[in-house]
Design a binder for this molecule. Structure first.
Ligand code: TYD
Ligand code: MG
Length: 467
């Protein structure tokens, strides 16, 4: 029997009946009825044959796509080695984080490196963009500027001008006149992104679209834009911090997970060549609750500091607050510490923070988090010259993680002389670093905090006792 279906135009989720709000993406008035799908044994698309495809094999040699470098390492690395012609990119981030600044600076760089660049602002008047360019010292850069939101006019101009790179700031301000809804709505954003991406492919133009992120942390409206484009970059940072991180979360032309680190100054964004030094710059004397994690971001080691604070809770349900790391991962580490390490956080509020506005996603940070938590709870500082890394499993075992040697080399470069790390069959890494291999949490507590596991001591309060 023929059956009608309902599909959300925002996220593509299908529903059995119509509803005002899509419960998959939360958008309103995006669910549309789709005509009955013919059921039963299918004759290929109604029995009509299409053209036959030409099939090839995997061995066919394909040339690497040509790339243009901006000449800014932090940007080029995140792009996978430079900008690929004909690729569509989405740059997402909170309003005010510095997306327009970043892209104006990038536009100027690519312009000077020989690309014909058009920057279309739908948010600011040309005078405003010119003022900013002036302040950034870019007024002589060859960038063509327009303030416009009408997609048809923009595409017509692009067809005639034949640029190499187009920057659309932002996709939420674009208005496609063939779509019957307000700018910024899911269907408008989707249609505009679709047209612009198509244009990029058809004319072999690199297309960078800016997308504002909603409070829930999604690029407003359509996750579908993420599926349409080749590359998705997020520009992140904390207000009040100068540091900004450009992170590749998807890249068809390079590795994802790469980050580029910038500092927002009075003269725009400046690249940060040695992020580890920057993230550790504010460390003073050893303090309880502080642990240095030797992490890997994409292809590069980055050291950063975890800070924990533990205090008796006035609430029946103690607070767990975390900035820069995953909240549910924190809950897991607390549970494992309690049941496998004999360290209880019951009745205690726990705050965890990554210094400098960095956001860590690697599971290898588990051991540094555990160390920061125990150190805060025991009021015992870790040695100042120690770094930690290792994933903790639910059984309490410490698991190996990739790129041990790179992590240790970076630690040594920054003056660290001890590392607490997972067990390894063969010792790698520079000679100048003393390596403490820990098998599991009990072993870890013993070696790092110099105490026996309290369960073995017969302690009842679950504290680790320092000698
Ligand atoms: P902007 O690029 O407009 O952010 P977005 O496009 O993501 O909304 O940047 C806004 C902030 O950056 C603004 O609060 C001021 C700051 N800023 C500087 O600190 N230095 C500068 O040179 C510029 C241009 C902006
Ligand atoms: Mg902006």
């Amino acid at each position: 029997m023929a059956k009608t279906s309902f599909t959300c135009t925002g996220c593509g989720a299908s529903h059995s009946k119509w509803a005002g709000q899509c419960d998959a993406c939360g958008a309103w008035n995006t669910i549309l009825e789709q005509g009955p799908l013919s059921a039963g044994p299918s004759k290929t698309l109604g029995g009509k044959r299409g053209n036959r495809l030409v099939l090839t094999d995997l061995a066919t040699q394909e040339a690497e796509p040509p790339r243009t470098k901006a000449g800014v390492d932090e940007l080029d690395r995140v792009l996978g080695g430079g900008l690929v012609g004909g690729s569509a990119l989405l740059v997402g981030g909170d309003p005010g984080i510095g997306k327009s600044t970043l892209l104006l600076q990038a536009a100027a760089r690519f312009g000077r490196n020989g690309l014909k660049v058009i920057y279309v602002s739908g948010e600011e008047a040309t005078a405003q963009v010119r003022l900013r360019a002036n302040r950034l010292g870019l007024k002589d850069s060859p960038v063509h500027l327009a303030a416009e939101t009408n997609l048809r006019d923009i595409l017509t101009t692009l067809e005639d001008e034949k640029p190499d790179l187009v920057i659309i700031d932002s996709i939420q301000t674009m208005w496609a006149d063939h779509v019957d809804s307000a700018p910024g709505s899911v269907s408008q954003v989707r249609a505009s992104a679709h047209e612009l991406t198509n244009f990029a492919k058809r004319r072999n133009v690199a297309m960078i679209m800016v997308g504002h992120v909603t409070k829930e942390g999604q690029i407003a409206g359509p996750r579908v834009v993420e599926h349409m484009v080749d590359t998705v970059l997020y520009f992140e940072g904390e207000r009040g911090h100068q540091f900004r991180i450009l992170r590749a979360v998807k890249n068809r032309f390079g590795p994802a997970d790469e980050i580029g680190v910038f500092e927002m100054t009075g003269r725009g964004l400046v690249e940060v060549k040695n992020p580890s030094a920057l993230f550790l710059a504010e460390r003073g004397d050893p303090t309880p609750g502080s642990a240095v994690f030797a992490g890997i971001e994409g292809s590069r080691p980055v050291l950063c500091e975890f800070q924990a604070l533990v205090a008796p809770s006035p609430h029946s349900q103690p607070r767990r607050s975390v900035v820069g790391w995953d909240g549910s991962r924190l809950a897991m580490i607390l549970a494992v510490l309690e049941s496998r390490g004999g360290v209880s956080f019951q009745g205690l509020d726990v705050y965890l923070n990554v210094a400098g506005g960095m956001r860590v996603t690697e599971p290898a940070a588990d051991l540094a988090v555990a160390a920061a938590l125990i150190s805060a709870r025991e009021d015992a500082a870790l040695p100042k010259d120690a770094v930690l890394f290792g994933e903790i499993s639910l059984s309490g075992a410490v698991r190996p993680c990739p790129q041990t040697e790179n992590r240790l080399k970076e630690a040594q470069k920054l003056g660290f002389s001890q590392a607490v790390l997972p067990p390894a069959k063969k010792q790698v890494g520079p000679a100048g670093i003393e390596q403490k291999q820990v098998r599991d949490l009990t072993d870890f507590v013993e070696q790092v905090f110099g105490a026996q596991s309290p369960q073995q001591e017969g302690s009842t309060d679950g504290r680790v006792h320092n000698r």
